[in-house]
Write a protein that binds this ligand. Structure first.
Ligand SMILES: [Zn+2]
Length: 308
């Protein structure tokens, strides 16, 4: 619970500037400047997200912008307050209207600007994510009308031909409702925060997240999704299928480490002291930010799960 409050607190202190005399509340200029639109492939762009290394420039996750015959589909919607920025970035590449939002998971740095696009835009999430969103302040009371109306359980196909989008759910990882969004003709998949960065994950147990099962879920993704070469991650630049494979191995090895340490009777602190990032993981750090995926919090969650 503490971590969730912290997420809200850091978001408030980070990308969203506090109310200062003479200054309207909203995204900080630095966080807006950090969002750029980049071409991924034909008809597919990415509005860059931010890593958690510098929370003062934090805008939320990477947003996929998929231009179809019928309009623009967004995957994820950054923090609250970034709607106008998202629209401006999309307008720089197409005149088509935004007609659909798919959210990879519940967190406010991926769903925060759903409200800006209103209830008329079609919004789609995995059914567990909808249950998680119902609990959020952003979707309570009168704002419940901004909740996604369309849900799916295991898979869903939207559109056809070059516009086809396939949604997959493979089980719990970052949360209980992580969607993998495949732009089939473009061999590209948005994986949300199941692969947020090259570091230990930030998982969210109150929303069904798991340290011990994340690698297993990602193994199902690798086995179950075909013909993808390009990965849009939660928060870092566009990556490859091999990067995703490597991350699956990284998560699996961490879970095995936690299990071994617990079996050996080590405390969380002892285990945290013994954890060493394997140098075979090039470009990795153990922790992207101690408050979001620190070594100790991951071990605490793993130990809790191993008790059950
Ligand atoms: Zn998240």
């Amino acid at each position: 619970m503490k971590r969730i409050a912290l997420l809200g607190g850091l978001i408030a202190a980070g990308g969203l500037s506090l109310v200062v005399a003479g200054q309207a509340p909203g995204p900080s200029p630095k966080s807006i400047a950090a969002t750029k639109i980049e071409k991924v492939k034909d008809n597919l762009y990415m509005i860059t997200g931010s890593s958690v290394a510098d929370m003062t420039a934090f805008s939320g996750g990477n947003v996929a912008v998929f231009i179809t015959d019928g309009g623009v589909t967004l995957v994820d919607a950054k923090l609250p307050g970034f709607g106008p920025t998202i629209v401006a970035r999309v307008k720089s590449v197409t005149n088509k209207p935004i007609t659909r939002i798919i959210n990879t998971h519940t967190h406010a740095d991926h769903t925060g600007s759903n409200e800006f696009f209103g209830a008329s835009v079609e919004a789609i999430v995995q059914e567990n994510t909808k249950a998680n969103m119902v609990k959020m302040d952003e979707f309570k009371g009168a704002k419940a009308r901004f909740l996604p109306k369309k849900t799916y359980k295991n898979t869903m196909t939207i559109g056809s031909g070059r516009d086809e989008i396939d949604l997959y759910y493979f089980g719990p990882a970052h949360t209980s409702g992580d969607t993998f969004v495949v732009f089939k003709a473009l061999r590209t998949m948005h994986v949300g925060d199941v692969f947020a960065w090259k570091a230990l994950p930030y998982v969210d147990p109150p929303n069904g997240g798991t340290v011990m099962r994340g690698g297993k879920t990602l193994a199902k993704v690798l086995a179950g999704v075909k013909d993808v070469d390009t990965i849009i991650t939660g928060h870092i630049p566009v990556s490859s299928w091999n990067d995703l494979k490597e991350y699956q191995q990284f998560l699996t090895e961490f879970a095995a480490f936690a299990e071994k340490e617990k079996k050996a009777g080590k405390t969380v602190d002892q285990a945290a002291g013994e954890y060493k990032l394997d140098p075979k993981y090039k470009g990795y750090v153990a922790s992207a930010n101690p408050d979001f995926g620190g070594i100790k919090p991951n071990l605490e969650i793993a130990y809790d799960e191993l008790k059950q």
